[in-house]
Design a protein around this ligand. Structure first.
Ligand code: URA
Length: 209
C-alpha cells in the first residue's frame, strides 16, 4: 500500500501485545502508548527538514544539523489522541499543539465535531494528526479536512492500530497523506470496532468503562 507504513519493530510488537491484553490497566496502557508513540515518531519524523548550522566542538568548528521543531504542529484528536501527545512532544518539544474534538455518532457512525483550537498553520509546518485507532477513517478524514481548511499542507497521520477500511477511506480522499501505524489489524466488526484491536482506546486510557 502506498503511503502506509507499519513500524513493526520487535519492541513495538511486544508493547502493543501488552496493550491489547484486556487485563492491562490504565497506568500501564498510558505508559505503553506513550512509549510506542515515541518509537513511531522516530520513523514518522524521518522527512523533517534539517537546517545546516556550524557547531563549535571543543576541538574545531564542524557542520551540524538542526530540526526547526517550531515548524512542527501536533493535532491529537480528542480524546484518545491525547494519549499519544506526550510521546511526540518528548521528541519535538517546541511543536505547536492544536486540539480537535470529534466523536462518533453512535447511530450514524459519522464524526461530530465539538471543539477546535488550532495554532496558525503555514505551508512550512509539518503537521502530525494523532489518533490511536484508525477505524472507519471518517474522524480522521474530518480532521484532515479541518487541518487543510486552516492552512495545513504537509500532514502525516500517526495511529497505533489501523483497520484496512480506515486506510482506504483516508487514502481515497487524501492519497498524498502518509500514515504511520504500529499494526495493520484484520478488519472492523459490525460496531466499527477494530478486530482484534484493543477495545475502546479512550475508555482504556481514562477508565471510563
Ligand atoms: N475506536 C476505538 O477506541 N477502538 C476501536 O476499535 C475503534 C475505534
Amino acid at each position: 500500500m502506498d503511503n502506509f507504513f507499519v513500524v513493526d519493530h520487535p519492541l513495538i510488537k511486544h508493547k502493543l501485545s501488552i496493550m491489547r491484553n484486556k487485563d492491562t490497566g490504565p497506568k500501564e496502557f498510558r505508559e505503553l502508548l506513550n512509549e510506542i508513540t515515541l518509537l513511531l515518531t522516530y520513523e514518522a519524523a524521518r522527512k523533517l527538514p534539517v537546517m545546516d548550522v556550524d557547531v563549535e566542538t571543543p576541538i574545531q568548528t564542524t557542520k551540524g544539523f538542526m530540526v526547526d521543531d517550531k515548524k512542527v504542529a501536533i493535532v491529537p484528536i480528542l480524546r484518545a489522541g491525547l494519549g499519544m501527545l506526550d510521546g511526540v512532544l518528548s521528541l519535538v518539544p517546541n511543536a505547536s499543539v492544536g486540539f480537535l474534538g470529534v466523536f462518533r455518532d453512535p447511530d450514524t457512525l459519522k464524526p461530530v465535531e465539538y471543539y477546535v483550537k488550532f495554532p496558525t498553520f503555514t505551508d512550512e509546518h509539518q503537521i502530525f494528526i494523532l489518533d490511536p485507532m484508525l477505524a472507519t477513517g471518517h474522524s480522521m478524514n474530518h480532521a484532515i479536512d479541518v487541518v487543510k481548511k486552516h492552512g495545513g499542507k504537509n500532514i502525516t497521520v500517526m495511529s497505533l492500530i489501523s483497520a484496512p477500511e480506515g486506510i482506504k477511506v483516508v487514502h481515497e480522499k487524501h492519497p498524498e497523506i502518509e500514515i504511520y501505524t504500529a499494526s495493520l489489524d484484520e478488519k472492523l466488526n459490525s460496531h466499527s470496532y477494530i478486530i482484534p484491536g484493543l477495545g475502546d482506546a479512550g475508555d482504556r486510557l481514562f477508565r471510563t468503562k
